[in-house]
Write a protein that binds this ligand. Structure first.
Ligand code: AMP
Ligand code: ZN
Length: 708
């Protein structure tokens, strides 16, 4: 079995681990069936990394390491170690071989030479390309016959290619490149796909049984691997391809560029057992998408703890001479379920049926340990020994003395006192033993938290019982949050107003400060999110929970320095005004937004401070939660108002001060571009065809490059 392994210039996230877990489950099922598995998992190190870094402007962390004098090899080793540790933490059996790509350059060159000799490849200016037209089976895995359309659209089509579908086997080193190797075609570096053909061939031969990866590997990576390997060696490359569907978070594929990545370490820092993530992955079939939430992880942890406690309980039972015959029926059903296209969710629910059945504990234990050979939840590791505090050991002795004195009522009250401390006294024949009531307690949380805006009730269609609601979406930068919250409270003094702060998964002490602050200020309400749920979702929590007639959304970088409420109330008294705020924007092409609106009608109000009536939200709706990052969300929401016929109004004399906007200034250029581009695309797709909504509307649609 060959598994496409990690790229080691960044951490593997739990989405990647879901894919490796699938491979681990396949391997464990085969082992249970007596099939020995030789498992190869490659490590994709440098290779094309340097190039990718140069092109994308570099990853902060890697550039920092490079500037500290670390070599790329050291960086790769660091991430590879961290990957291996994560695999161990989720109980993935280690592959027999973890080959590193750059240790196999000669093997890659050898395959490229074979392909050239066989007429499957051609050379152009030091580059070698695979000639897709020569491989008649191209597309048989992905059913994608049209070529790498994405590549053709995204980057300038490579003029050296005969056909846009052709892909690079070897690329000549450009001047200044430091990671490169000698080859018969001059210095250069390998294409991405060739490494897997080379390593699979070296460790598994020309043909092997199973190849796994994530669904994003199907095309072009695995399609191209088939073309290379079958082109070079003839015959079928792989018997079974198995691809895991993606892990999502907040509805989007978990990926660094979406900003919704979690690492095993993040789960551990929040007090979770990494095996709870393994359990969670058992609950969804590998071929289905799985949306990760902390709520579901909590539920998994609870279930796993429950299972462990039961195993621990059953472990202390005396042996039975025979298990009842139904035991074998359950066992057969279980393995049939597992064998049905790896139906682990089905197998898990069957497991709970066993737990709830009236089989004796000994039979349940026997079955669960058997099932765990595939689950891999470490149920065989559940400890059988435990510590009992000395004071309780003394109670144990006292109680047996009381019993010999036949003072049963004192003995019983001693037992209840022991129980209230979380321990059980069990009389087994002549002796009494003491043990903890449960083996494990679930970790407790400091305060209730939300995993999504859907979890809060919407009060939006209820009558307003206050004049004003301030809403702040807080994400780290505790000093900014303090300044902003204090200024809002000051402004609210003597008015009918409340402050809602949404702690959007802060990790720097903001949450603790808000908890404390809320406890001494009755008109402040705080909602904690158990992770960063994104800007729009955070603001929506505030909108849904607001009770004020007027809502004012603030940003932590903004400070109120005077009476903001009176002008807001006056301006919004005009029913035609939708959003009002100090920082207006205007545009005449939807691409460039200008800040020059000082007073009067605008196309949008910036997120630093935007005020509107709660009643209008009923008509306009909530914010669009696709916007995880704040940028352009304010413009998007302004357009939502305009679409419903409202006007947008700016007045730069409102009493506000803008401070450094650290959510922006602390991003590196690379992140800014990526996040901004995504949000701008979202905005344009929604509103690019509505130039009629602009204050300068001339009724003509702009060519926005996006087609609705
Ligand atoms: P990479 O380190 O990017 O090469 O990815 C390693 C493996 O994780 C590949 O098999 C990918 O297909 C897989 N993968 C990437 N993102 C996800 C995701 N969100 N969920 C599940 N698997 C993923
Ligand atoms: Zn691969």
């Amino acid at each position: 079995m060959y598994t496409c392994g990690p790229t080691v210039y960044r951490y593997a996230h739990i989405g990647n681990l879901r894919t490796y877990l699938m491979a681990d489950w396949i391997r464990r099922v085969l082992l249970v069936h007596g099939v020995d598995v030789y498992h190869v998992k490659n490590i994709t190190d440098v290779g094309h990394m340097r190039q990718e870094l140069v092109e994308t402007g570099g990853d902060k962390m890697i550039l920092a390491a490079l500037s500290e004098g670390k070599t790329i090899g050291e960086i790769a080793q660091y991430y590879a170690d961290s990957f291996l540790k994560d695999e161990e933490r989720v109980n993935i059996l280690p592959a027999q071989v973890f080959p590193w790509a750059t240790d196999h350059i000669p093997e890659m060159i050898e395959i490229v030479e074979k392909l050239l000799a066989g007429g499957y490849a051609y050379q152009a200016e030091g580059n070698i390309y695979f000639d897709v037209a020569k491989f008649i089976d191209y597309g048989k895995l992905s059913r994608n016959f049209g070529g790498d359309l994405l590549e053709a659209v995204r980057v300038e089509a490579d003029p050296l290619k005969h056909d846009p579908r052709d892909f690079t086997l070897w690329k000549a080193a450009e001047p200044g490149r430091d990671v490169k190797w000698a080859s018969p075609w001059g210095e250069g570096f390998p294409g991405w796909h060739i490494e897997c053909s080379a390593m699979a061939h070296k460790y598994l031969g020309e043909k092997f049984d199973i190849h796994t990866g994530g669904v994003d590997n199907i095309f072009p990576h695995h399609e191209d691997e088939i073309a290379q390997s079958e082109g070079a060696f003839g015959g079928q490359h792989v018997n079974y391809w198995v691809h895991a569907q993606h892990l999502l978070a907040d509805g989007a594929k978990m990926a660094k560029s979406s900003g919704n990545v979690f690492l095993i370490e993040d789960l551990v820092e929040r007090g979770f057992d990494p095996l709870s993530f393994r359990y969670l992955c058992l609950t969804v079939r590998y071929r289905h998408r799985m949306n990760f939430t902390f709520g579901s992880l909590r539920a998994s942890e609870k279930a796993l703890t429950n299972l462990r406690n039961r195993v621990w309980d059953w472990n202390s039972l005396p042996q039975l001479p025979n298990l009842p015959p139904e035991t074998e029926e359950w066992r057969t059903k279980f393995w049939d379920t597992v064998d049905n296209d790896l139906d682990l969710p089905g197998a898990l629910s069957l497991t709970w049926n066993v737990v709830k059945s009236d089989l004796p504990g000994q039979a349940k234990l026997d079955l669960l340990l058997d099932f765990d050979r595939v689950f891999g939840l470490g149920l065989d590791q559940v400890p059988t020994t435990y510590d009992v505090p000395q004071t309780l050991m003394t109670s144990l002795q006292q109680r047996s003395t009381l019993r010999t004195q036949e003072d049963y009522s004192s003995a019983d009250s001693l037992r209840s006192s022991v129980l209230s401390q979380g321990y059980l006294l069990e009389d087994t024949g002549a002796t009494t033993r003491i043990r903890p009531k449960t083996l494990l307690e679930r970790h407790s949380e400091r305060w209730p938290s939300l995993s999504s805006s859907r979890e809060v009730e919407s009060l939006i269609d209820q009558p307003s019982d206050l004049e004003f609601t301030f809403v702040l979406n807080a994400y780290n930068y505790v000093d900014d949050v303090k300044r902003c919250v204090t200024s809002m409270l000051h402004c609210a003094e003597g008015r009918s107003a409340e402050v809602i702060v949404v702690d959007n998964g802060s990790t720097d002490g903001t949450a603790d400060w808000l908890e404390e602050f809320q406890s001494i200020h009755p008109n402040v309400r705080v909602f904690h999110c158990d992770h960063v749920i994104g800007d729009a979702a955070g603001k929506n929590i505030g909108l849904k929970q607001s009770r004020g007639k007027h809502i004012i959304i603030m940003d932590a970088s903004t400070e109120v320095v005077g009476d903001l409420l009176t002008p807001v109330q006056q301006r919004l008294a005009d029913d035609s005004v939708g959003i009002f705020g100090p920082y207006g924007l205007s545009t005449d092409d939807m691409r460039h937004f200008h800040e020059e609106v000082e007073a009067g009608e605008a196309d949008a109000i910036q997120a630093y401070c935007m005020a509107f009536c709660r009643e209008a939200v009923q008509k306009v709706g909530l914010m669009h939660e696709g916007f995880r990052f704040y940028r352009n969300l304010d413009i998007d929401y302004s357009f939502q108002f305009k679409e419903k016929g409202y006007r947008i109004f700016a007045d730069s004399t409102l009493p506000l001060v803008r401070h450094e906007h650290r959510q922006w200034t602390e991003l590196d250029d690379n992140q800014r571009d990526e996040l901004s581009r995504k949000n701008f695309g979202r905005f344009l797709r929604r509103w690019g065809h509505r130039p009629d909504l602009l204050i300068t509307a001339n009724g003509q649609a702009f060519d926005t490059g996006f087609h609705h």
